[in-house]
Design a binder for this molecule. Structure first.
Ligand SMILES: Nc1ncnc2c1ncn2[C@@H]1O[C@H](COP(=O)(O)OP(=O)(O)OP(=O)(O)O)[C@@H](O)[C@H]1O
Ligand SMILES: [Mg+2]
Length: 266
């Protein structure tokens, strides 16, 4: 069972072309680019995984799509519109859960926050939040405040809130990194299931090649920064739900690992 709704809107494609991002200048006074000439088209309803070394600019790119970080130049569109600010259509699971939880709201209130903003009535809010709180394994902790939770628990509150909000685009920045292996497995299965049922567009950042192959339809590899870009894209032609023990799964995992070893060994 899921409470997420089917996405009918086909306007949730993401078009990135010649996109550059610089935060500062080099000693010579030239722009110092974190991202340089990023080109990427993500189809509406696609599950796209971004893989790349630490510090290459994955979070920066995701936050630009979210509308939290402005571009230096180039094109970045969601549907037909250039991204200028955050919107209801895009929900973000941040790498640091602390960045998104309201410290003065308890678990249930945090999960229900977006629903309240959308004026969903109390009974329905309760039904939806209970469902997702249970899904992420936080039942019994509804009344706790963020300061009373561990890092992994905070991350699960964030996930429950994003799923409860039911946006058509999910931007997920290493969302399962802080979770224990069993919870991670459950969340991976559930996210994949929700995505297949609803047709949401998902961009999922991870360091974990096995997680990338388990979830993604395509996997984009980013080069080491500065001047990072999406250099290669792998298709994952495996049926869902996927089995990490299957020979084709292992083969693709090894191919991508070899790519990484080669690209980042210097
Ligand atoms: N607000 C900022 N001002 C200046 N530089 C920044 C800012 N945010 C990020 N950077 C720089 O941009 C680069 C990319 O950072 P980003 O957080 O996007 O990397 P990442 O690929 O997400 O890394 P990780 O895998 O470790 O999370 C880094 O060199 C970082 O220092
Ligand atoms: Mg990051």
């Amino acid at each position: 069972m899921t409470l997420a709704t089917q996405v009918n809107d086909q306007q949730q494609s993401i078009t990135i072309s010649g996109l550059n991002k610089s935060y500062d200048h080099t000693a010579k006074g030239e722009l110092h680019y974190i991202l340089k000439d990023v080109n990427l088209t993500i189809k509406s309803g696609e599950f796209f995984v971004l893989l790349g070394p630490s510090g290459c600019g994955k979070s920066t790119l995701l936050n630009m799509i979210a509308g939290f970080v402005s571009k230096t130049d180039g094109q970045l569109k969601v549907g037909k519109s250039e991204v200028e600010k955050p919107g209801q259509d895009r929900a973000v699971v941040f790498q640091q859960a602390d960045a998104s939880l309201f410290p003065w709201l308890n678990v249930r209130q945090n999960v229900e926050f977006g629903l309240k903003m959308k004026k969903v009535d109390k009974a329905r809010r309760n039904e939806i939040s209970s469902y997702y709180i249970e899904l992420v394994g936080l039942q019994g902790h509804e009344q706790k405040y963020p300061r009373e939770l561990s890092g992994g628990m905070k991350q699960r509150v964030q996930l429950a809130r994003v799923l409860a909000n039911d946006s058509s685009i999910l931007l997920m920045d290493e969302p399962f990194g802080a979770l224990d292996a069993m919870t991670r497995r459950t969340m991976q299965k559930e996210l994949s299931h929700i995505w297949r049922q609803t047709g949401k567009t998902v961009i999922f950042v991870t360091h974990d090649i096995s997680e990338a192959v388990l979830l993604g339809q395509r996997i984009g590899i980013m080069s080491r920064g500065p001047n990072s870009k999406v250099t290669d894209i792998y298709d994952v032609p495996l049926h869902y739900p996927r089995d990490p023990g299957q020979p084709d799964f292992i083969k693709l995992e090894k191919t991508i690992q070899a790519h990484f070893d080669h690209e980042y060994s210097i």
